[in-house]
Design a protein around this ligand. Structure first.
Ligand code: NAD
Length: 503
């Protein structure tokens, strides 16, 4: 297999990379190499923030909050829409940066990462003018009470590398719409699109300090979470990191939302359209190289069709064309890093030692012309049991575990029998059965006869060790708002001195 990786010239990648703090581009003393996973070659040097720069970013966001929260919603909307317009005008460049920094195929970057980010900014621009309060009934004559909703303050957004820009947008959109200001720390493994976005933020005319970016690894993230100026932490990443962040946030009693890992069941009944189910199982696990929180990594197939479905998915997996995301023929790119590939491969080896059979893939792959890339064959494991580590833990790679089942009770015990509760899929011709099963799945999302659908207006989030708090939709605004009860005495200008207290 050969693939081309002729890198188009992108001016931004030729310039020195800088943080964005208080409306200024800030050069740092130290840098962090960002690799192209398709080649293993350094793409750029990202600016590494020190504690001083983290502090400057939070202080700037805190100062900016004083004005941003009272900026007319229509004005905030216009800025978000302007940012969306600028991004749309540069969408091909952004998709290319995402492909180079993350490794994903171009079509994926264009249709999912960048297209959804643009829609999301527009959607939350629309919400700025629709965040209302509530008139509250009370039992005290002459008293009028109202609950206002107000922004919580400075948000720390800490994001992963699998959808670099989109994960930032999931937090940026609702935070700004609610009237919060933000300090973003994207993943150190794929920070470039976020840094490029700051050039558009600057051009759009956001007031200094409203949006800030610092780059670094766990230490920079932790110092942001600890900072007393931060009121809310919006985190997406691994479950273990989420728990660590929650512990760090306890002292400051910060609001935390956690979008964490998954081990989602994709369930196929014998009466399903098997062609559609096979395509859903295939896309459910191999999309984004399996590096998706919602990856349908456990395929539960009703016993009579388990062999046929495994064969169908394995046959498709064997045909996948691996290569550079820049190559239009590429269906699947490399994994994010050499370490991550080794970790994913370790799960495959271990499952085999425990009795799993490899129906497709199972090896590291070499793509001609891209010998330094972190490629892994798309892998289908048959003969899996639900108690194996590879069926219980999030692998976050292109590895599918196929597990047959016989009764609905057995299926539900297996499907819910993991720590995670993020997403799930059901394939059947019987809608009543699908809805009955959907009621009993412990997951934040259930897709019926489809898999992996997202829309800006439909909330998404997990349960159990997949975290809490929703992103997307109206619900995503809630964590960025708190309410204030306001009392007005309508009867007299003379203070009542607490006569109304009924306790
Ligand atoms: P990760 O937890 O390693 O890192 C995520 C972010 O947290 C990075 O920016 C990292 O630098 C930072 N970080 C690491 N340790 C920290 C600490 N102690 N304090 C503060 N910040 C810290 O996750 P990852 O490998 O980048 O991303 C993959 C994970 O993200 C997978 O588990 C995946 O399921 C999950 N994910 C979940 C969703 C969702 O919506 N539920 C979406 C995408 C990805």
């Amino acid at each position: 297999m050969a693939s081309t990786d002729t890198q188009p010239r992108i001016d931004f990648l030729e310039e020195p990379m800088r943080l964005y703090i208080d409306g200024a581009f800030v050069q740092t003393d130290e840098g962090l190499p960002s690799l192209n996973p398709a080649t293993g070659v350094q793409l750029a040097e990202a600016p590494l923030a020190s504690a001083r720069e983290v502090d400057a970013a939070v202080v700037a966001a805190d100062r900016a909050f004083g004005e941003w929260r009272f900026t007319p919603p229509t004005q905030r909307a216009k800025l978000l829409w302007r940012l969306a317009d600028l991004l749309e005008a540069a969408k091909d460049e952004f998709a290319t940066i995402e492909v180079l920094d993350n490794g994903k195929p171009m079509w994926e970057a264009q249709l999912v990462d960048i297209a959804l980010t643009i829609e999301l900014l527009r959607y939350y621009g629309g919400w700025t003018t629709k965040i209302d309060g509530k008139v509250l009934p009370n039992s005290i004559p002459g008293m009028f009470t109202v609950a206002k909703r107000e922004p919580v303050g400075v948000v720390a957004a800490i994001t992963p590398w699998n959808f670099p820009l989109l994960e930032v947008a999931y937090k940026l959109g609702p935070a700004l719409a609610a009237g919060c200001t933000i300090v973003i720390k994207p993943s150190e493994l794929a920070p470039l699109s976020t840094l490029r976005l700051m050039q558009l933020v600057d051009e759009a005319g956001f007031p200094p300090g409203v949006i800030n970016v610092v780059i670094g690894g766990p230490e920079v993230g932790a110092s942001l979470v600890r900072h007393p100026g931060v009121q809310k932490v919006a985190f997406t990443g691994q479950t273990a990191t989420g728990k660590e962040i929650m512990r760090t946030a306890v002292d400051g009693l910060k609001r935390v939302t956690l979008e964490l890992g998954g081990k989602s069941p994709n369930i196929v009944f014998a009466d399903a359209n098997l062609e559609a189910a096979a395509a859903g199982a295939f896309g459910g696990i191999f999309f984004n190289q399996g590096q998706a929180c919602v990856a349908g990594s456990r395929l539960f197939v009703e016993a009579p069709v388990a062999g046929e479905l495994t064969d169908r998915v394995a046959a498709q997996a064997k045909e996948i064309r691996l290569g550079s995301g820049l190559d239009p023929e590429t269906q699947m790119g490399p994994l994010i890093s050499s370490n991550h590939r080794a970790r994913v491969k370790g799960y495959v080896d271990q499952a085999q030692e425990q009795g799993a059979e490899v129906a497709a893939g199972g090896h590291e792959a070499t793509v001609a012309g891209l010998e330094g890339g972190f490629f892994l064959e798309p892998t289908v494991l048959a003969g899996m049991r639900n108690d194996m580590q590879a069926a219980q833990e999030e692998i976050f790679g292109p590895v599918l575990a196929v597990i047959p089942w016989e009764t609905e009770e057995e299926l539900l015990a297996l499907a819910n029998g993991v720590d995670y509760g993020l997403a799930s899929g059901i394939w059947t011709a019987d809608t009543s059965k699908a809805l009955r099963i959907a009621d009993r799945l412990d997951a934040g999302t259930v897709w019926i006869n489809t898999y992996g659908m997202f829309d800006v207006a439909v909330p998404f989030g997990g349960r159990k060790h997949s975290g809490f708090g929703k992103e997307l939709g109206e619900e995503a605004l809630d964590p960025y708002l708190h309410s204030k009860s306001v009392w007005v005495d309508l009867t007299s200008a003379v203070p009542t001195g607490g006569q109304g207290i009924s306790r």
